[in-house]
Design a protein around this ligand. Structure first.
Ligand code: ADP
Ligand code: ZN
Ligand code: ZN
Length: 825
């Protein structure tokens, strides 16, 4: 019989597949789309089986065998194999890396174990004996190695097995030296092996209690009685719920089970995240406005055609886009197909999950990164087995294994968090469109401030443009006022955080018991520390950016690498004590508001306060219930929230983001201002917005104040066209990072040289040049930009460049390829 071979993708940055032998015992379980454990170099990895082939009879190459098959049924269906293949090609990454990103949390647990070899045993005896074999004299002096050897030997003597690497490290503690372990393995005294101990999460289970049939004797005692009564009243139910309801303890229940009156059984039950466990919002059915009706109708027509189409739903803030999405989901479900609903960050929209729960009940699942591994796995399995019809999720939910997909919604499609910041750097919105195309589904992209990419496609007729030009409420869009802080400074005579206008407006809101949001997109207390004597700014030791003062923590922090150091009493350069902590971050703003409005309830929402599961959700719910008067925060407060009682939005340092040397900084500023302004006046009362800036005349700020998306887009697109930036050209970034500047420069030079050498027509290679953030986390960053009108040639050239570097054995680990980068910083 000719051997069976398998093509396996491994989650490593090598852009080719590897062939393994399938031993006859594994043949029945090896199917495309299953996860397998394969030897890879000196390690073992979870790989993905893509294809099986029969080797020709003459085949006699020595191949390593697949060691284990982790799944009974494939975790990747043909649609997902196709999507991940497309994405790997498009983003120029390996298929294994792409698949791993598509299956978050589904990694087998490989445990590393260390065991003594016969040679190791002998070496120990010889060292401890009087006679030291000269071969081991170096080992005898190597305390770190000896300790490792002793620990492994002690464990082996005790248990007769190898010790887990994690345990070995823990036992030895700070004295553990990885190089010493490596030496011992290299010398053959120890062996280290990876063993698959767990194929990943298992389905959630729940203990259920029900009454046994045909038993009617009187119960013993009040506790037993209350359990039996509860079960008689409400039927079978989960044990914790039953105990809560009856007030009885577990022992009582166990006694009843022992008597055969109650049956306890463990059944499969999905673990649910808190937002789905919470009681759902009451179901509100809204009567669509004519504008909503038109959009709903247009989408329904496209759905009925059962062909791929993309719509851009451009609706101003508060125009009721959500209802359009929900109605469209209704219509796709009615046709027997399923829906995927992507949002940038689920934690920021807890209300949406509860509203959707009310509407779709158990047909809804959530998928996002804040789920526990078990919750995510249960949701994934429910989707996979067809029990789920609607998935609400963040970026990676684009890979949710929904069959019969009819509708894909991408809300706030302009949001940068759809782009993954580490490899594979895919864009959730763009993959959503590709997925819709492959499935013959309708993609609906929604935003009040569409990305230049989507707007451009709509103007070219590639996307169907649907608009909701007005707000739902009679009050309409809020009035936006600009405060020029240069003029304010001249008139007031000193620097102040809050302008007179904003301070007065806040006072009014507090008096009227209305709420306010204040956006300041900078965390921390001060944003830089400057020596007044020598002019030095205290920068991060590892990044080319200033350190931020965090006063509550009493520490200086770097917002890129999170390096921390104590607040210095004097300048590190000239020892002068005249340090000035300048600039305002959210922390200082919060303090200022508390002192200035002493009775007000002030809270802050940024990455520093939002640590921990459920914190954001709690804070937003409190704000929603009116338990907070003023909420200060970074861009987290600008996203999608629908608070009816907010009538004032203030923005501080609105122009700060314009200073970033990036082609998207105007677009991002416009989006942020329009979005946060859109949180004001969403209820019955009219809203007001006050924007403070030094450069208040910039077109991004002016257009946002005039609610004039069209004017902004026209100007911005003209600029992109002139400078040949996306969406008017395709762009990729190749970044070379290295601790040594020379090596980063050489690497980037080689990249540019190889790319230029390819001579791809129309491919413009710019650089190498230092990235605007030249140093991050101790690494220098030199980049090469690639621009072209013909996207296809771009990816092929990048792939060829990587292959060429590989052939030259050039180090490629520190090389980042970012196709369609969100920023070039
Ligand atoms: P957007 O996402 O466009 O900013 P939302 O979908 O959050 O807007 O809707 C804004 C508000 O209008 C919400 O409070 C929503 O309940 C309400 N709303 C939406 N459609 C209707 C409608 N047809 N009738 C009454 N209220 C509506
Ligand atoms: Zn100094
Ligand atoms: Zn840093």
């Amino acid at each position: 019989m000719s051997p069976v071979l398998a093509s396996v993708a491994v989650p490593r940055p090598v852009r080719r597949l590897f062939t393994y032998l399938v031993t006859p015992d594994l043949v029945p379980r090896c199917r495309p789309g299953v996860r397998v454990v394969v030897p890879f170099g000196r390690r073992r990895l979870t790989g993905y089986l893509l294809e099986l082939t029969k080797a020709p009879p003459s085949f006699h190459q020595a191949l390593k065998p697949i060691e284990a098959v982790l799944d009974e049924a494939p975790v990747l269906d043909p649609a997902m194999l196709e999507l991940t293949r497309w994405a790997a090609d498009y983003y120029v990454v390996s298929r294994g890396e792409m698949i791993r990103a598509a299956l978050p949390g589904m990694q087998a647990v490989l445990e590393s174990r260390v065991d003594l070899t016969e040679a190791g045993r002998r070496a120990r005896e010889e060292i401890s004996g009087a006679l030291i074999n000269p071969k081991h004299s170096r080992l005898a002096k190597d305390a770190a190695a000896r300790e490792i050897l002793d620990r492994v030997a002690a464990h082996a003597a005790d248990r007769g097995t190898g010790i887990r690497l994690a345990d070995l490290r823990r036992r030895i503690g700070a004295r553990f030296r990885a190089p010493a372990l490596r030496r011992l393995v290299d010398e053959g005294l120890l062996v280290q092996a990876e063993i698959a101990v767990d194929s990943g999460p298992r389905p959630g289970r729940q203990e259920m209690a029900r009454l046994a049939e045909g038993r009617a004797e009187a119960p013993r005692g009040a506790r037993q009685k209350s359990i039996l009564e509860a079960l008689a009243r409400g039927g079978a139910r989960p044990v914790p719920e039953l105990l809560r309801e009856s007030g009885a303890g577990r022992a009582t229940l166990r006694a009843l089970a022992a008597q055969g009156r109650v049956i306890l059984e463990s059944v499969e039950a999905p673990r649910l995240p808190p937002s789905l466990e919470a009681p759902p919002e009451p179901l509100v059915v809204l009567h669509p406005t004519p504008a909503q009706q038109q959009a709903i109708g247009a989408i329904a027509d496209l759905l009925a055609s059962r062909r791929f189409a993309t719509c851009l739903l451009h609706g101003v803030t508060g125009s009721g886009k959500t209802e359009v999405y929900l109605r469209s989901i209704d219509s796709v479900l009615a046709s027997g197909r399923k829906a995927l609903y992507l949002v940038p960050e689920i934690a920021l929209t807890p209300l949406l999950a509860r509203r959707m729960r009310a509407r779709f009940g158990e047909r809804l699942a959530l998928l996002h990164s804040a789920l526990t591994e078990g919750e995510r796995f249960d949701a994934w399995r429910g989707i996979r087995e067809g029990r789920i019809d609607v998935v609400l999720g963040a970026r990676s939910a684009v890979f949710a294994p929904l069959a019969d997909l009819g509708l894909v919604i991408v809300d706030e499609e302009h949001d940068g968090s759809y782009k993954q910041a580490e490899s594979p750097r895919y864009h959730g919105r763009d993959l959503a469109i590709v997925r819709a195309r492959m499935a013959g589904a309708v993609a609906v992209l929604g935003s009040a401030t569409p990305s230049m990419e989507s707007f451009y496609q709509a103007t070219r007729g590639k996307y169907r443009l649907l608009t909701l030009p007005d707000r739902i409420g009679a009050a309409g869009l809020p009035r936006i006022e600009r405060v020029d802080m240069r003029r304010e400074f001249e008139e007031v005579g000193h620097e102040s955080i809050l302008s007179r206008r904003l301070r007065a407006a806040l006072g009014e809101r507090l008096a009227r018991r209305e709420q306010a949001l204040i956006l300041l997109n900078r965390r921390g207390f001060s944003t830089f520390a400057l020596c007044r004597a020598c002019g030095t700014t205290i920068g991060c030791r590892r990044c080319s950016i200033p350190m931020t003062l965090h006063l509550h923590e009493e520490i200086l922090r770097c917002h890129y690498c999170d390096d921390r150091r104590p607040i210095p009493a004097a300048c590190p350069t000239c020892a002068s004590p005249a340090l000035h902590f300048g600039g305002t971050g959210t922390e200082r703003l919060e303090d200022r508001l508390r002192t200035e409005f002493s009775g007000a309830r002030v809270a802050r929402l940024d990455r520093d306060t939002a640590r921990g599961r459920g914190v954001v959700e709690r804070l937003l719910t409190q704000f929603e219930r009116g338990e907070i008067d003023i909420l200060v925060g970074t861009q987290m407060i600008a996203k999608g929230h629908d608070f009816a009682n907010v009538t004032l939005v203030g923005v501080l340092a609105a122009d700060a983001s314009l200073a970033l040397p990036d082609f998207r900084s105007a677009e991002r500023t416009f989006q942020l201002l329009s979005q946060v302004a859109g949180r004001s006046g969403r209820g019955a009362r009219a809203g007001e917005v006050i924007i403070q800036a030094y450069d208040a005349d910039h077109h991004a700020i002016r257009s946002a104040c005039d609610h004039d998306y069209a004017a902004f887009a026209a100007k911005e697109l003209a600029y992109r066209r002139t400078l040949r930036y996306p969406p008017c050209a395709a762009l990729s970034l190749v970044l070379v990072r290295d601790r040594r500047l020379e090596r980063a420069r050489d690497g980037a030079r080689l990249v540019a040289e190889v790319l230029r050498g390819l001579g791809t027509p129309g491919l413009e290679v710019l650089g190498p040049a230092p990235a605007p953030l030249e140093r991050l986390r101790g690494e220098y960053r030199i980049q090469v930009l690639v621009k072209t009108a013909h996207r296809k040639g771009m990816q092929e050239s990048l792939a060829e460049m990587l292959a060429a570097l590989d052939r030259r054995k050039a180090r490629v680990e520190n090389l980042v390829v970012d196709v369609d980068p969100m920023s070039t910083l």
